[in-house]
Design a protein around this ligand. Structure first.
Ligand SMILES: Cc1cc2nc3c(=O)[nH]c(=O)nc-3n(C[C@H](O)[C@H](O)[C@H](O)COP(=O)(O)OP(=O)(O)OC[C@H]3O[C@@H](n4cnc5c(N)ncnc54)[C@H](O)[C@@H]3O)c2cc1C
Ligand code: SF4
Length: 481
């Protein structure tokens, strides 16, 4: 531990964002990188406590106290080596992770936690800037060929690990570009695509073969996949959207969030949308239904497109701003989240049920809503939703975006042809070693665990890679985490 009194002397500094009036004019990243000196000072707040709960809170087991100590001492290369040992995409988690670790930080019990995510980002950006990252090709190649289906964070982490173990890895991606949700879901104002491309170029130089515009189960048959490869990891994500089947759902102007975000991301990248007329919210009254991260990304996108008014509504009650009793430290609590998009304008409302969409000339014009109350409980103690009497009201809406989450992966095509079984939620079923019911077929990421987080996709991709290596070689030197 570099500075034993660091946490007493230095206060936490929050991430700095570009001014709202400036950032709303473009799709560039809103967060500004810290200086080296700021990172060293913030890293000095890490207490190097005997039992680092942050390490437990991070799904990939990042060596947080160790790299904080190295950053404080100015040993950036050491910090990078430690980070690189557990995280395949730190420049992504450093920007997008909700920092589960910070909720488990011991300093967070009675002070502000260490800025772990920003420290992580500082290390990886320092490493790229100072040439510490060079393509590493494995010294020896095995004869094994492995197919990874899907190029989101789970597929990329899995492919990276298996390539490091010396196997021949081919990643199949049905989209025209690589990255999964990182490419065509998450807007550039959270993650500029040059950051993703920088990593992809590195992985390609290291020997991973990428095949884009290749949907397995359609363009590339499942039988050929099974014949040509010794093992397969299914990392196709979970994209069947939850719908809102109420009166008026057929009206024009009602879109799923991913349709909206994919088109917007393509537009920002100058990629044609294949003849489809883009969803443009300029000068429209926009209502986003769903209070999560996806909804927040739609709010930020609508503001950048010049929407007249943006309202985000959520069925569940407003989460607490303080850690609730049922989620004590070091658990990751359900708390009110205010993203950079929320700071840019618009309104947010909770405990709102949408009863029907009202249209004019076949196009949505209003939402008919009612307030709901969850204070009652059923016989099992679960909250019961009750409409509040005389609370009905309408919201003007020329455009409605449904950001209600995802049910499970698409079953038709790849998964049904493959013959894999599903769990009760409709995700691909697997044992503790990511093996499906079909010999040699593994699965990881959202396709296996359901809609989740980038850091969990990386964690599963890494663990599946260990299991695949062990399946092919009898043992594996790849880390289990
Ligand atoms: C709008 C949005 C914002 C989000 N923001 C955050 C955030 O800020 N922080 C965070 O931690 N998480 C966030 N998430 C969640 C996170 O992006 C996902 O959990 C993560 O991307 C899952 O990774 P994955 O690799 O399992 O799947 P995906 O990223 O979905 O990638 C799956 C890939 O597989 C491809 N594929 C599917 N089927 C086939 C096939 N048959 N053949 C070839 N390719 C195929 C798909 O085209 C896709 O590219 C967000 C999610 C959304 C939707
Ligand atoms: S990946 Fe997420 S949970 Fe892990 S150290 Fe980074 S910010 Fe924390």
């Amino acid at each position: 531990m570099g500075d034993v009194r660091g946490f007493l002397k230095v206060k936490r500094e929050y991430a700095q964002y570009r001014p709202v009036c400036e950032r709303l004019n473009d799709f560039s990243e809103v967060a500004a990188l810290r200086t080296t000196a700021q990172s060293q000072s913030q890293a000095s707040r890490c207490m190097d406590c005997g039992t680092p709960f942050c390490h437990w809170g991070c799904p990939i087991g990042n060596y947080i106290p160790e790299w904080n100590d190295a950053v404080f001492g100015g040993y950036w290369e050491k910090a990078f080596r430690l980070l690189d040992a557990t995280n395949n995409l730190p420049e992504i988690t450093g920007r997008l992770c909700p920092a589960l670790c910070e909720y488990a930080c011991v300093l967070g019990i009675n002070d502000e936690p260490v800025t772990v995510r920003e420290d992580e980002l500082a290390i990886i950006e320092f490493a790229f800037e100072h040439g510490l990252i060079k393509p590493r090709t494995p010294k020896k190649r095995t004869k094994n060929k492995i197919a990874v289906v899907g190029s989101g964070p789970a597929g990329l982490a899995c492919a990276d690990q298996l390539n490091r173990a010396g196997h021949h890895v081919v990643v199949f991606e049905k989209d025209d570009k690589l990255g999964g949700i990182l490419r065509y879901g998450i807007p550039d104002f959270k993650l500029e695509k040059r950051i993703l491309d920088r990593r992809l170029q590195l992985l390609e130089k290291e020997g991973i073969v990428f095949q884009v515009s290749t949907e397995v189960g359609k363009v590339f048959s499942v039988s050929k996949l099974k014949k040509d490869f010794d093992a397969v990891c299914l990392c196709g994500g979970s994209r069947v959207p939850r719908d809102l089947s109420i009166e008026g759902r057929h009206l024009k102007g009602i879109h799923f969030a991913m349709d909206y975000l994919v088109q917007s991301n393509k537009k920002a990248a100058g990629i044609p949308c294949g003849g489809v007329q883009g969803i443009d919210t300029k000068e429209l009254n926009v209502v986003v239904i769903g209070g999560g991260d996806t909804g927040a990304d739609c709010v930020g996108t609508a503001h950048r497109q010049g929407a007249k008014c943006v309202v985000q509504i959520e069925l569940l009650p407003k989460p607490s701003e303080q850690r609730p009793e049922e989620d004590p430290w070091p658990k990751y609590p359900r708390l009110l989240k205010t993203s950079s998009s929320h700071e840019e304008g618009g309104e947010r409302h909770w405990s709102i049920l949408t009863k029907k969409f009202i249209g004019q000339n076949g196009h949505v014009k209003k939402l008919s809503c009612v307030k709901v109350d969850f204070s009652g409980k059923d016989e099992h103690g679960w909250p019961v939703m009750k409409e509040v009497s005389r609370s009905a009201f309408d919201i003007d809406a020329d455009c409605v975006i449904l950001a209600l989450g995802f049910l499970h992966p698409e079953h038709h095509g790849l998964l049904e042809d493959m013959g894999v079984t599903f769990d009760a939620k409709g995700n691909v079923d697997a044992d503790g070693k990511f093996k499906t019911n079909i010999k040699g077929i593994f699965t990881a990421g959202d396709m296996h665990r359901g809609q989740s987080l980038v850091v969990w996709a990386i964690a599963e991709g890494r663990r599946a890679a260990h299991a695949i290596d062990e399946y092919l070689m009898g043992k594996s030197a790849l880390p289990k985490m």
